[in-house]
Design a protein around this ligand. Sequence first.
Ligand code: C2E
Ligand code: CA
Ligand code: CA
Length: 512
Amino acid sequence: MSPEESIEDPRLQQLVDGIVRLAAGELSARIEPSEQRDAIDAVITGVNLLAEELGYIYSDLEDRVAARTAMLRRTQVELEHMAKTDALTRLANRTLLNERIHEAIQTGPVGEDAPAVLILDLDSFKAVNDTLGHSAGDAVLIEVSRRLRSVVRAGDTVARLGGDEFAVLIVGASAEEIMLIAHRAWEALQESVDIGTETVWTTGSIGVCIRGAGYSAEELVRGADIAMYQAKAQGRNKVQLFHPDMLNAVQERSRITAELRTAADSGQLALLYQPVVELASGRVAGVEALVRWHHPVHGTIMPDSFIGIAEETGLILELGRWVLHEGISQLGRWKRAAPELSDFCLHINLSAAELLRNDLLEDVSGTLAKNDIEPSRLVLEITESVLMSRGTGEEQVLEKLRALGVGLQIDDFGTGYSSISYLRTLPADTVKVDHSLIKNLESDLQQQKFVAAILQLISAAELEAIVEGIETAEQAAQLQAMGCLYGQGYYLGRPGPAAAILERISGSEPRR
Ligand code: C2E
Ligand code: CA
Ligand code: CA
């Protein structure tokens, strides 16, 4: 074939056009074969075959790219899901909850059927974790999530905010329905949880905030949080609806915190002493130190209004240090004034955090030595909940305090969930039975049997019992008849200043 011939052959132009179309990606393009069956025709057939092959390869590639893209998308969705769910409970996490709340606020109504947030905090979860271990704790959290999910409606969001704190976003429900859901959540926690052979009760405190006009997502959550703290402060295990007045209470708390910081240094703290009395003789066997805050503006503030805040903020460490120093110095002054009182004891309340105060042991032994007081004359009252949930750190401190010769007393016994069998394992020598157990003691036969049984069990555990909150002669007589040796309460002596105690212990008529 000469060059001129080939240029003139129209099939060559078709061939060029075809290749250009194919090269442009038009893989379905084909070049018309001729009748000639010559070399050009062979090239045309070859190009068409190549185009066919390219088409296959291309569509195969397209399929693969589509599959990869779908896989990437799935992974992305999964990652997003993981980033927004809690790994343990599979509930929404804080991020997802916040997204949903923002959505609900943008689209939802204000007033009737406004969105609401519930915040739920378990009441004694730390004790479960500490006594039964973390896997038991995890099992409780999983069970709680299951129960929460079972009480909400399909459109609501249940989230775990971390630790033992949960939240629920409720949308499109009336105020009554919202409170009904909150109470159902509360009720769902009243049932015990079985973990292996153990049974635990984990009640919850629930705060509810229904969106009012102008509430942002943050304010909605904060309102529920404030209400939840209120529920805790009112004795836990309850549902509390947020009310804007509660914001004042929050401000009040931060004011108290700021002022409490300087209260000890500016001489605003004082101790009152309440007699611990031997029921048979009326002899004052010792006193319990109870702190008071004499506020320059608000007058005398009772410990129930500030001990909780001091514990939350860590101020309890300074406060406790002051109480220990002041109480033991006072014991020294009494000892010098009435040397015959060789076994008179001082009881001091110790909060959980104080057990882990770095210098507690040196402080206790140093202060006792400085005031020339034998360790056995100091009794530290520690609530049963603290003793129950003690970790190894607390355990060591308790052992060392015992080794020092200091008395340890279980305080508020009967208010927690401790089992009697646990009593034996507690590092204590005396038990203070809480005043709530002797309410109506005179009239309630059931209560009498119960208290008698408690006292027997305490003595079976080789511990000594003190009953507090004795307000009448009849109660004192009943308790004495049940074998209780020591008591405390308004009938036996109200908390009073140090001078009054000295008068009483060295004075004439013993009271009983
Ligand atoms: P608590 O240890 O259970 O102390 C007994 C509380 O019951 C005292 O209240 C006492 O005044 C009161 N009480 C005594 N007898 C009777 C009675 O016959 N009837 C009734 N209804 N109540 C009686 P207070 O002084 O208000 O103390 C409240 C709580 O504050 C104490 O409860 C204790 O947990 C805590 N607290 C007091 N002082 C201190 C302290 O120095 N350090 C620490 N960590 N906590 C303290
Ligand atoms: Ca006490
Ligand atoms: Ca008590």
